[in-house]
Design a protein around this ligand. Sequence first.
Ligand SMILES: Cc1cc2nc3c(=O)[nH]c(=O)nc-3n(C[C@H](O)[C@H](O)[C@H](O)COP(=O)(O)OP(=O)(O)OC[C@H]3O[C@@H](n4cnc5c(N)ncnc54)[C@H](O)[C@@H]3O)c2cc1C
Length: 389
Amino acid sequence: MKKIAIIGFGASSIISLYNLLKQAKSSEFSIDVFAKDDSCGYAYETNNCNHLLNVRAINISGVLDDDYDFLNYLKSNNYNFGEQDFVERRIFKEYLKDLRLRSFDIASYKNISLSLFYRNIEEISYQDNKFFIGDIKQGYDFVFLCISAKFRDNNFFNIDISKYILKPQIHIKGAGLTAFDAIISLQDLNYAGTIFLHSRSKRIPQPHNARISNSLNPIISISDAQLPLSKLFKKFVSGCRNSDNWQERFDSIRPITNDIWNQFTLEKKKRFMRHLFRIYNIHRHRSPLSVYNKIVNVLQNNRVVITNEIIKDHDFIDCTGFDFNYKDQLIDRLIANNIVKKNDLEMGVDSSKENFFIIGALNSGTLLETTAINEIKCQVRYFLKKLFS
Ligand SMILES: Cc1cc2nc3c(=O)[nH]c(=O)nc-3n(C[C@H](O)[C@H](O)[C@H](O)COP(=O)(O)OP(=O)(O)OC[C@H]3O[C@@H](n4cnc5c(N)ncnc54)[C@H](O)[C@@H]3O)c2cc1C
């Protein structure tokens, strides 16, 4: 019987576990999950009903080949949302917890040993084709590493925002979707001062306007990856502009974005990161219209001011995303034990071992799109194919 370890118990881990168990035969595996706490990850731990998913309900099921699983969950729990709605993230957390419970049910029904240990894993080593976790004597045949990347200590998700409430001014670094979350949280606390958003481009994410459509042909093809970056960009932009709905055209490349990325040389990837990544993100990571309108409203009232002034001495809230230079004990040990290595862009890590599967944000750089539920599902599908082959 093969032994599997899953590290982390957020969305990547839950989606891996549930879909693995669905495909597994009776008694085929023994699975141990190690999580440092009971959290479902930063994204979904919010209790604020105005923090919404940025993906429509039909597009965020956690189950492979069943787009309706989340919608069915909503229906059976008396939530009144349709396919096109942007649901509260706290409800998605409940759904993830439900998938956890359903995983234990399947394991029990299929007679598969499934155990959960609350432990902060700091060491994984490798010997004789087995992975050894911490001081556990028995080795594992496969590991799913689902621990995400880390945020800075003063990131919005790591701080108590209420401690800022008496300040006449609040400075936020970044103007993306996390900054939107921060503004909404401050407003809900009736913050009366001025919020400064510091952003080099002085631009905020765009609102969602795309209908769900899987049938559009991508406006660029994988072979276009060979074009010089400027030509590729022009082709992409004109494809978006020559349409009555640029968002739909933008999204048409989503199924092949990582294939295009894989065709880029390292130099091209670096140039994309330097010159185009920000502008790509503003258009790619869009906000539900209701949230966008709230932000536009506070910008118009000058309650929020957007500036390209560089933050120097202010006590600021960081809303800039992952910190890939963050010192992580487990990653350092994995590198030292030759199980993973830093990827070429020095963002995430690549696995050096066949049976060591990395899912989610740690693939940043190796993949351009890696953190959203749909990309996590693609990775899970790929690794399950390897596991069951
Ligand atoms: C604010 C926000 C909103 C988002 N909204 C959306 C959205 O609307 N739609 C969408 O598709 N995607 C969204 N995303 C992307 C989101 O990151 C992923 O959907 C998902 O949360 C990633 O899950 P994960 O399991 O990889 O990481 P996480 O959810 O961060 O889980 C990591 C897990 O690993 C555990 N862990 C970490 N280190 C260790 C260790 N050393 N030992 C043991 N356990 C450890 C943690 O405790 C946690 O359980 C959003 C992201 C953010 C930040």
